[in-house]
Design a protein around this ligand. Structure first.
Ligand SMILES: Cc1ncc(COP(=O)(O)O)c(C=O)c1O
Length: 393
């Protein structure tokens, strides 16, 4: 076999999203595109805001010399300055360009961070349900992931966290607004989390770094605040991207910000910059970095997602699904009406509705719906959701 046993095993066991995507292609071929409702992928159909499109055209037109060359591995200095200014206002901590590394999306940011932090066997705590790529990213860098359960409403379970923390714990990853649940951790919850990690770090003499993976940070509803971890915990690393908030997923752009008072901050920054280089990213794409400088504070119209959430939530509850109302991002994580959610997801596929089984997120018995889609797809899926549910009454 050409590929390693490990990659082969990962590919066979862990790609529910991919499986559903392929099932969607098969169903669309058989029944026609308009008769299949694929709510499995988190690839937003909303276009980037006009201001972003204009800045992109302007950046492309700039023929000044040197704009497309290699740059410092951390990214353009002026771009990082502009972002650090915006971020400092947001999180009420004074950051400078030197606290930031421009990266190829949050995925790139997570990989350089884990590479920089982890020694072989170090543990990384993640809360279930989780973004499944964390498993692979930690494995990329020799880390061991430990899954920590959450409460029934997917808020943080501090008893479970305390039980999981030990002398091997190097980092904790959180994600709020959350994929797959749409839950936003409250400021109080994050304060409590910070307190527990600080206490553990002090006791063990080894800092636990809190990584906040937040590409959905700007997508919250009903005035709910997604507090920034930099404001609440010194040993924190904030990772975000513009894949969702300005719909630039294909452009692969984001940044990592390290709290200036983080333990060993200078070394950590140097490690992140080095890892950006040796993981082969070298630096984040130049053109789109320059666009960011001119669109600070711009986001997609979050109201569009709010309307989709309200419609779908109303329908799911009317049908009888048990589901936590999301406060952000663009996912629902309802309870499967039967224990075996894979059987239920297959029943939905029979009705031409595609979603992802919860076990793909470390949480069997649930399934994920993605609603960053055209209204026609969301509306068209309702009869399928209804008749699949009724099949088990
Ligand atoms: C929780 C979470 N983290 C990270 C990512 C990766 O985002 P990016 O496209 O910025 O790499 C995603 C993408 O869906 C995500 O849902």
């Amino acid at each position: 076999m050409a590929i390693s046993k490990k990659v082969n095993g990962f590919m066979e066991n862990s790609s529910w999203i991919r499986k559903m995507f392929e099932e969607g292609i098969r169903l669309k071929k058989e029944f026609g595109e308009e008769n299949v409702f694929d709510l499995s992928l988190g690839n937003p159909v909303i276009e980037p805001p006009q201001k972003v499109q204009d800045a992109l055209v302007q950046a492309a037109k700039d023929t000044s010399p040197g704009l497309h060359r290699y740059m410092p591995n951390a990214g353009f200095q002026d771009v990082r300055e502009a972002i650090s200014k915006t971020l400092s206002e947001e999180c009420k901590v004074t950051l400078s360009a030197n606290d930031l590394v421009m990266v190829c999306g949050a995925a790139g940011g997570l990989n350089i961070t884990l590479k920089t932090l982890l020694d072989s066997g170090d543990e990384v705590l993640i809360f279930a349900p989780y973004f499944v790529e964390y498993l692979f990213y930690a494995d990329n860098h020799g880390g061991k992931v430990v899954s920590v359960k959450t409460h029934d409403d997917f808020t943080l379970n501090f008893d479970a966290l305390k039980n999981a923390l030990n002398e091997k714990t190097k980092a904790v990853i959180i994600n709020s607004p959350n994929n797959p649940t749409g839950v936003v951790y409250s400021r109080e919850e994050l304060k409590q989390l910070a307190k527990i990690l600080k206490k553990h770090s002090d006791k063990s003499g080894r800092p636990v770094y809190l990584i906040s993976d937040d590409p959905y940070k700007k997508i919250t509803f009903d005035g709910v605040e997604a507090a920034n971890i930099l404001e609440l915990y010194e040993n924190s690393i904030y990772i975000t991207s513009h894949s969702k908030d300005i719909a630039l997923a294909g452009e692969r752009i984001g940044f990592v910000a390290v709290h200036p008072k983080c333990e060993d901050a200078d070394n950590l920054m140097a490690g992140l910059i080095f890892s950006n280089r040796v993981l082969g990213f070298v630096n984040a794409p130049a053109l789109i970095q320059r666009v960011l400088k001119n669109v600070q504070g711009v986001t997609v119209n979050v109201e569009q997602y709010r309307k989709k959430r309200d419609f779908l939530y109303g329908e799911l509850v009317r049908i009888g699904y048990e589901v936590v109302k999301p406060q952000g991002a663009f996912y629902f994580f309802p309870k499967s009406p039967i224990k075996d959610e894979v059987e239920f997801v297959n029943k939905l596929a029979e009705k031409k509705v595609l979603v992802v089984p919860g076990r793909g997120f470390g949480c069997p018995g649930y399934f994920r719906i993605s609603y960053c889609l055209p209204d026609s797809v969301i509306e068209g899926s309702i009869p399928g959701f209804e008749s699949a549910f009724q099949a088990y009454l």
